[in-house]
Design a protein around this ligand. Structure first.
Ligand SMILES: NC(=O)c1ccc[n+]([C@@H]2O[C@H](COP(=O)([O-])OP(=O)(O)OC[C@H]3O[C@@H](n4cnc5c(N)ncnc54)[C@H](OP(=O)(O)O)[C@@H]3O)[C@@H](O)[C@H]2O)c1
Length: 215
């Protein structure tokens, strides 16, 4: 894997791109306003980064990060992502995203919605519960005592292993929450959503998580 594509280059996309180029990956970034609007960020990121359309970023990435407001997830290009590992950072905020009935009913999860939209891709939920600024501020080398951990969830074991390796390179341990349907355990308002946690603490948080209907 040498190139990471980004659908969305805002707070999280920009930060993940910083970590990616620092680790020697090429980064292809896209947003809704077009490549020209990303000139300042690309200049900051340096020669390993370039701006493109969402379609081109999806095509170029060996692995692709989807990091857009959830309400636009259906605009993510489908065909160029077929067969690829796709990281989903998205969260559901009804005041921003509008109401999505199946999420309100808790009959599915955000990453399962993206997986349904990308049936031939391998979606892994990751980076959804860390503030954007902390992605660079909290990153530490592998083996650092009390290193921060981040949750992954997904239905494809090999895809999860790929993402866990990437997260380790980016500076964090991982905790596997299980299948995509378990992603609710790290959704907004759960104990693990936001604070700095070690792997052991995060495992406890996942076990203690409650559905919105039980809060
Ligand atoms: N901010 C955080 O600390 C944080 C932490 C964890 C997870 N998250 C979640 O991660 C996701 C992204 O959050 P964010 O804070 O990075 O959002 P953000 O700063 O608002 O950035 C969103 C990015 O998505 C782009 N975008 C919007 N519509 C698009 C489309 N149709 N096609 C391609 N790109 C599109 C935007 O481009 P334009 O600017 O050109 O419109 C922008 O680059 C959200 O679901 C959020 O809940 C956020």
């Amino acid at each position: 894997m040498t190139t990471i594509g980004f659908i969305g280059a805002g707070h999280i996309g920009g930060q993940l791109a910083r970590l990616a180029v620092a680790q020697g990956y090429d980064a292809v970034l896209s947003n809704s306003r077009g490549p020209e609007s990303l000139a300042a960020l690309i200049e900051e990121l340096g020669p390993r980064a370039r701006a493109a359309t969402a379609e081109q970023a999806a095509q170029a990435g060996d692995l692709v990060v989807v990091t857009v407001p959830l309400k636009v997830y259906r605009s993510v290009p489908v065909a160029p992502l077929a067969g690829k590992v796709v990281i989903d950072t998205n969260n559901y905020y009804p005041h921003r995203d509008g109401h999505i009935p199946e999420l309100d009913a808790e009959s599915t999860t955000t990453a399962e919605l993206l997986q349904a939209h990308l049936p031939s891709s391998k979606v892994v939920k990751a980076f959804n519960h860390i503030q954007a600024a902390h992605l660079t501020a909290h990153a530490q080398a592998s083996g650092t005592p009390q290193r921060r951990a981040l949750v992954i969830a997904g239905d494809d074991a090999a895809a999860k292993a790929t993402v866990a390796r990437l997260i380790d390179q980016f500076g964090f341990d991982t905790v596997d929450a299980g299948a995509l349907r378990e992603g609710w355990r790290i959704q907004r308002d759960t104990p693990g959503y936001g604070p700095r946690r070690t792997a052991e603490e995060l495992r406890r948080d996942l076990a203690a998580a409650k559905r919105y209907r039980d809060l």
